[in-house]
Design a protein around this ligand. Structure first.
Ligand SMILES: NC(=O)c1ccc[n+]([C@@H]2O[C@H](COP(=O)([O-])OP(=O)(O)OC[C@H]3O[C@@H](n4cnc5c(N)ncnc54)[C@H](OP(=O)(O)O)[C@@H]3O)[C@@H](O)[C@H]2O)c1
Length: 289
């Protein structure tokens, strides 16, 4: 049995159907209310929150492997990084070890480090340490920024006749990875068994946010207008929203870093996915391709 936590997310919703066609049974841990419509009936859906230790203990009972693909960074406003990517993730790691699982596949993030300016990368690093020390086999996957997420952020308004959204100047090259390529790495890791490896996963090209807009325009056959959020506004939001909308502040801070720091992600030993931004656009449900 394989448990997937974060099964309703961008990655989890691509991963679960691929695992469901394998020989091993799949259990999905989802927060209520969550829709798992369209998921193969063989998938066992268990409601629970990673911050709830009892729910987590129930979820890991009898599993061989756990995939942790949760995050409080981009999801519902009620979530937050510290309690989900931090404490909740570490609840799951401890419960998997207590339950005698063989393999914990932890989806971390590019740049995970104890001194990173973003709480997400710091909490992911702490959770990576907990994975390494938990006493069972593990694989840590460190994906680059998701091309699928950013195609939506930039292009969703275009699909409904509006302008593309560009945060900052949008000229910084970024090694976007397709979420399907990250799912492939996880499927392979589960098949290969615990190897105690950190696997960076990145994309085949470096594309700026403006580059995404240009590709959308090329696909549509006309120039696409841009609505820009200036860096100064992002910086102000990162600062002013912190006390009462910390999730919004964290996203604004991340957007500033994406616009101003080296976002080419080419670490040694990285798996380089095959899907380019044009492929991601072609598979986007809101067709901007
Ligand atoms: N997207 C990126 O650019 C990116 C880059 C590098 C690494 N990653 C990592 O890749 C993984 C998957 O990312 P994603 O893009 O698929 O994220 P996502 O779309 O935001 O999905 C997050 C998932 O976590 C679940 N979740 C949130 N809080 C939870 C809680 N308290 N208890 C149980 N489940 C909870 C969400 O459930 P609900 O549906 O109930 O909200 C959702 O299924 C994450 O670990 C993320 O940190 C993402």
């Amino acid at each position: 049995m394989i448990l997937v936590a974060g099964a309703t997310g961008s990655l989890g919703s691509r991963l679960v159907p691929r695992l469901a066609v394998g020989v091993e049974r799949v259990r999905a841990l989802v927060r209520p209310p969550a829709s798992m419509r369209g998921v193969a009936s063989e998938v066992e859906v268990l409601e629970g929150d990673v911050r709830d230790r009892d729910a987590v203990a129930r979820a890991v009972a009898g599993v061989r492997a756990v995939v942790c693909a949760v995050s409080g960074f981009g999801g519902r406003e009620a979530s937050d990084v510290r309690s989900v990517d931090g404490e909740g993730t570490r609840n799951l790691i401890a419960a998997a070890a207590d339950a005698g699982a063989d393999h914990f596949v932890f989806v971390s993030v590019f740049g995970a480090a104890p001194d990173h300016p973003l709480e997400l990368q710091r909490e992911k690093f702490r959770s990576e340490e907990a994975v390494r020390e938990c006493g069972i086999g593990w694989t840590i996957v460190r994906p680059a920024p998701s091309g699928d997420t950013w195609v939506h952020v930039v292009g969703d308004a275009v699909a409904s006749g509006g302008k593309a959204l560009v945060l900052g100047r949008g000229r910084n090259p970024i090694s976007f990875v397709a979420t399907d390529d990250v799912a492939t790495v996880i499927v392979d890791a589960l098949a290969g068994g615990p190897d105690r490896r950190v696997v960076p996963v990145t994309g085949p090209e470096d594309v700026s946010l403006q580059g995404i807009v240009e590709r959308i325009g090329r696909n549509l056959g006309h120039e696409v207008g841009m609505r820009r959020v200036p860096r100064t506004a992002l910086r102000a939001m990162a600062h002013l929203a912190r006390p009462f909308r910390p999730a919004i502040a964290a996203r604004a801070h991340a957007a500033v870093l994406m616009d101003t720091t080296d976002m080419r992600y080419r670490p040694a030993g990285a798996v380089v996915g095959g899907m380019r931004i044009d492929d991601v656009l072609a598979s986007a449900p809101t067709s901007v391709a």
